[in-house]
Write a protein that binds this ligand. Sequence first.
Ligand code: 5AD
Ligand code: SF4
Length: 488
Amino acid sequence: MFNELNFDRIDLTAEPPAEEPARQYYFMAKCREWVSDFQKKNERLPKACVVNMGCQMNARDSEKLAGILEQVGYTEETDEQKADFVIYNTCTVRENANQKVYGHLGQLSRTKKKNPDMKIALCGCMMQEPEVVEKLKKSYRFVDLIFGTHNIYKFAELLYVCLQSPGRMVIDIWKDTDKIVEDLPSERKYSFKSGVNIMFGCNNFCSYCIVPYVRGRERSRDPRAIIREIERLVADGVVEVMLLGQNVNSYGKTFDSPMSFARLLQEIEKIEGLERIRFMTSHPKDLSDELIEVMGSSKKICPHLHLPMQSGSTRILEKMNRRYTKEHYLDLVEKIRRAVPGISLTTDIIVGFPGETEEDFQETLDVVRKVRFDSAFTFIYSKRTGTPAAAMPDQVPEDVVKDRFDRLLKEVQEIASEVCAVHQGTVQAVLVESVNDHDPQLMTGRLGNNLLVHFPGDESLIGKIVKVRLDECRGFYYLGEAVDMDCK
Ligand code: 5AD
Ligand code: SF4
C-alpha cells in the first residue's frame, strides 16, 4: 500500500539515529535482518497477526502496526493460534473489553507452551492502566512485549528489542506525550477509503470516561501533514476519507494560531479527486455554527453526523460533565437538519449512570423519540477505576439498568428501522466496498448517510461510486439495483 522503502541505504553498523522517524527506519532495517535469519533457519517467512479490539482510532493504529510488520518482512496471518507474532491492540472503555483480553491470553498461553518461540505483544488503551500491567507482570509472565498508546510510533524499535530478548517481558509505558511522529509506513485495509488521524487524546474528562487518562491530552496534527497524507492517498486511489479524533470539533484549538475544524474541512474539500469526507467523533458542546454552515454548503462532506448524546437528562448530563443540556442538544439537531436536510444522525447513549432515576431515563427516551436517530449505540454504564463517576454514590442496581437498557434498545431499533425505510424507491450514490459476505452475486456499498445496500454487480465495481435504486428496505439495510455505473 505504501512505497517500498530503501533499507539498503541505512548503515546498521552505526549507532541508531536519535531523531524520528529516522530512528524507527533504522530499527525496521534491524528487524529485517532478524526476519532474514528466521527465513534461512525455517525456510519460510514469519507470520504476524494483529488483533484490533477497539474503536476506529484503534483500528487506524492497528493498520500502522500491520504496516511496520509488513515492511520488516512478516506475512499476514489471521489466525492468532498460527502466528509467530501476535499483537493485541486493546480497548478499555468498558470493563468487558478488559475481560476479553484476559480470555484471549488464557487461550494463547496453551499455544505458546507448544511453540515457545511464539511472541505475544499487548498495546493500546488498556496498557495505560497501571493495575493491568501489574496483573500481567504477576500472572501472565509469558507475554513478551507491552507498550501503551503514547509510544506506538516506536513499535519498530520495541519489536526489535523484543526479538532480541527471548524469555524477557519488555515493558515500555509512557504517562503522556506531546509528540506526533509523521511519515511512518502504514498498511491500509481498503484501497479506496481510509481513516486519517487529525488529532489525538481528549481534554474533556466526561466523568465516566477513561479515555483522557489513557490517551492523554489533546493534540492536533499539523494541517499541512493532514493535507499531504490525503493527497497521497487520493493519488493511490482513495476516494473517501474518515477524519478521526476523540473530539474532532476541537481540532486546532491548541495551535499558536488556532485553526477551526470547519476551516480544515474547507481545505480538505479542495483536494481534487477526493469524493467523500466523513469524520468522527463530534462533541455537542463544540459543534459550532461555522461547522454546521460548512456541512450545509459542502459537496463532499457526507450527510451523516455521529453526535453522542449520552443521556437526555440535563441533570445527568451535568453529572457526566458533558457541558450541554437536553435543550441545547435538541437545538443542535434542529439546526443541523435545517442546514443539511435529510442528514443521518447517529448517537451513543449510556444507561445506568450513577444516580439515574426512572425520570432521567424517561428524558433519554424523550430525546430518542424526538430526534428519531438513524441508529444509536447503546451502552450499559461501566464503572472505570480512577474516573470521578466510579466514586459517585447511588450506583444503579444491575437489574434496573438491564431493564432500562432493553427498553431503550427496543425503542431505538424500532425507530431506526422506520427511519431507514424512508429512502425506499430513491436513487442514491453508493461507494462500492466489497463482495457480499453471503452471496457472491451481490456487491455491498455504502450510501453517503452510511446505510448499506446490497445489489447485483461484480468485483470490478469495488472502489467506484455508482448510482443504486433502493428497492427494498430490510430493517437496517437495503436491497437495490445499480442504475448508473459511473456517477462521480
Ligand atoms: N461506560 C459505558 N459506556 C461508556 N462510554 C465511554 N465510557 C463508558 C463507560 N464508562 C461510551 C460513550 C462513548 C462511547 C465511545 O463509549 O457512550 O461515546
Ligand atoms: Fe471520553 Fe468524553 Fe473524551 Fe469522548 S469526549 S473520549 S466520552 S472524555
